[in-house]
Design a protein around this ligand. Structure first.
Ligand SMILES: [Fe+2]
Length: 435
């Protein structure tokens, strides 16, 4: 009965859609996973266009196609100028350092099989390998082939997509987002896909599409908040936050204050002696950067950028002082369609660790701009004469690989994804502390 009903609904939908040369599937699709509240949790999220009968569930186990466990989840419908059904299942009590195989869907209709590996018991001595990038579109998504190749080789433990996803997910009544999420499914259904919000996620409905499609869990509270949250990975504490609050003020300015207060509380906790000695690295990521050397009029080209110095005139909620005060080590940004590595910088001054080795115990945060994954707007031009804090600039498509080796060493490599991942920049940071 269920299958017949589904078939009729889907058949009618496809007939309707073909008129617009569009593709619409009806079963579970756009499967992706993200971290839950702690290393023995994982969230599975997927989507359908129509509401199926039956509860959403994940079947899973530690052997391929032998699912001896199942967990039911919940459904939410989001509605803007179009609607979708989103399903979330929280897997918990997972064994650490274990590969799980799973499929998701409904009692009579399931996705393909995917798998993921949980984090190890000894988080402090784990070396997570992370791919970091922003600004990847469905069109001109130059880094897709390289990322898929790397994912198929289990080269990454996590993915950080630093905003501007699909260009734009809400376009064509959400079908741009559907196609993008299906395109990344071979990556994101097997590797936790952690995201932050970008300006291209503004769907004119206060980021409803973005907030509905993803499941970012704040580890300490266990609550979902796709706009700002934090989690731990190996010897690092990672904070994802919204730069867009500072620019989308049509949705209210209270959210800037709310986020700022949360950031301070989160950073204060991460700096408690016993916590920071266990996880010395603090990594922050948001879509828009505080600094850039791009030849456009974006906020980061200004000496007194809003994100860095706060709301003009009242000078409140600037993030650079906050991050400096609490010893944030690395700040990822994107938005500028370039790769740019900065020397350690605070208040526009370079604070190198040493003259010969800039990243040896730096005295200020290191900003890295990773907005060159590939989007319809292509690559942005640089200004001819960069400021002294600009260390390396690359005008080609690529992604950044971050290997957190231990409590004192992180290695970075920039991969040119148009040259099969050729390494075009490499550097490492030796942990320092300036306060
Ligand atoms: Fe952007």
């Amino acid at each position: 009965m269920f299958r017949l009903k589904t078939f009729i609904v889907c058949f009618v939908w496809i007939e309707f859609s073909i008129g617009f040369l569009d593709y619409v599937s009806c079963g579970p699709e756009q499967v992706h996973i993200s971290y839950g509240a702690g290393p023995n949790q994982m969230y599975v999220t997927w989507l359908t266009h129509e509401q199926p009968s039956g509860q959403p569930l994940v079947e899973y186990g530690i052997q391929s196609r032998k699912y001896d466990m199942r967990k039911f989840g919940n459904m939410t419908k989001f509605h803007t100028s179009y609607s979708r059904y989103v399903y979330r299942v929280q897997l918990e009590d997972l064994k650490l350092n274990t590969t799980y195989y799973y499929r998701c869907g409904f009692e009579q209709e399931f996705s393909n099989e995917f798998s993921f590996r949980t984090r190890p018991l000894d988080q402090e001595h784990w070396n997570p390998r992370i791919a970091v990038f922003g600004d990847m579109g469905l069109k001109n998504g130059q880094s897709f082939p390289f990322l898929k190749q790397q994912a198929s080789k289990n080269a990454y433990d996590a993915i950080f997509h630093v905003g501007d996803i699909a260009y734009d997910m809400h376009d064509d009544s959400g079908s741009k987002g559907d196609k993008f999420m299906n395109e990344i499914e071979p990556i994101a259904a097997n590797i936790p896909y952690q995201v932050v919000v970008g300006n291209h996620e503004d769907d004119k409905y206060n980021y409803t599409d973005y907030n509905s499609r993803f499941t970012m869990i704040d580890e300490s509270s266990g609550k979902m908040n796709n706009m700002f949250y934090s989690f731990n990975i190996g010897p690092a504490h990672v904070i994802g936050f919204s730069s867009e609050f500072y620019y989308s003020t049509q949705y209210g300015i209270k959210q800037i204050e709310n986020q700022f207060e949360w950031l301070e509380q989160d950073l204060r906790e991460a700096n408690r002696h016993e916590i920071r000695s266990e996880r010395p690295w603090i990594i922050a990521m948001a879509h828009r950067p505080m600094y850039c050397s791009t030849a456009d009029d974006d906020d980061c080209t200004e000496n007194e950028s809003i994100l860095r110095k706060g709301i003009p005139i009242v000078n409140q909620y600037g993030l650079e002082d906050l991050f400096y005060k609490y010893g944030v080590d690395i700040i990822f940004g994107a938005h500028e369609h370039t790769y740019e590595r900065l020397f350690p910088v605070y208040d526009r001054k370079v604070y190198n660790g040493s003259t010969d080795d800039a990243y040896n115990q730096p005295k200020a945060p290191v900003h890295i701009l990773v907005g060159s994954a590939g989007c319809p707007e292509k690559i942005d031009p640089f200004i001819t004469y960069p400021k002294p804090w600009s260390a390396k600039r690359i005008s080609n498509y690529g992604i950044t690989e971050m290997l957190i080796l231990n409590k004192t060493l992180i290695r970075f490599r920039q991969r040119d994804t148009t040259m099969n991942g050729a390494m075009v920049d490499a550097f490492h940071i030796i942990k320092g502390r300036w306060n």
